[in-house]
Design a protein around this ligand. Structure first.
Ligand SMILES: [Zn+2]
Length: 235
């Protein structure tokens, strides 16, 4: 099983690893990786592997049957190879900022309204959030985002730790996402924003709120009965 280094250090950019398996000359599994596999609305990392000065582009990272697999752009890597790895940090850092921002917004929606978050897709220019909300207006949404921006200025720390399934089940607010908790997991990773917010989450986040910048709504869509969507950018 690959050690997922991004779980406990989202700022790790470079590390050494050993190739554990190679499939079809291009799907690489490592003993440890900081490449984030596409999941939970956060896009995958891209970057490079280097073996003896030979560079391989990592064009996709996914999780398949529980295993983190990196797709490289050319053949040549073999089981047992020792390689240097580096993620495309600029790309990843944008996703970290957007991911933490989306937790903050959903915290406010959850606490101020009856909203359930039904979807969440982070993209560099067009991050969107889908939610249900009965008492909705674009103006109200704007005031919630203004509130989020005020909280960002307080620069709360963002931290990660783990909690048992039993403890998580005592606190339904830990899993705001309407889909609920994954089965068969004993210890859940918890992402906390100060003492304001805690969520079961596998994503990568910034370590303090001021790294987010300023949230700006770019578009709101009323998708019919209780289904709302908002797009936002970070400045
Ligand atoms: Zn999340």
């Amino acid at each position: 099983m690959t050690k997922a280094l991004y779980m406990d250090d989202s700022y790790l950019k470079q590390w050494k690893a050993k190739v554990v398996s190679v499939k079809d000359d291009k799907f690489i599994v490592l003993d440890q990786t900081a490449f984030y596999p596409k999941s939970g609305g956060q896009p995958c990392d891209e970057g490079t592997f280097v073996k003896d000065g030979n560079e391989f582009r990592v064009v996709y990272t996914g999780k398949f049957s529980g295993e983190i697999s990196h797709e490289v752009d050319k053949p040549g890597l073999k089981e047992g190879d020792e390689i240097s790895c580096e993620i495309d940090w600029e790309r990843r850092y944008i996703f970290m900022r957007y991911h933490t921002a989306s937790h903050l917004i959903s915290n406010i929606l959850y606490n101020k309204t009856d909203a359930k978050i039904t979807g969440n897709q982070i993209e560099a220019v067009k991050t969107r959030m889908d939610f249900s909300m009965t008492d909705y207006s674009p103006e109200k949404l704007k005031t919630y985002v203004e509130e989020a921006n005020k909280i960002i200025e307080t620069n709360l720390p963002v931290t990660v730790d783990y909690m048992s399934r039993e403890d998580v089940l005592q606190k339904p607010e830990l899993a705001r996402l309407a889909v609920g908790l994954p089965k068969n997991i004993k210890d859940f990773r918890i992402v906390r924003i100060g003492d304001l917010d805690e969520q079961v989450d596998g994503g990568t986040h910034v370590k303090s709120l001021n790294e987010i910048g300023k949230i700006e709504i770019t578009k709101t869509v009323n998708k019919g009965k209780n289904n709302r969507r908002m797009y936002f950018v970070l400045k």
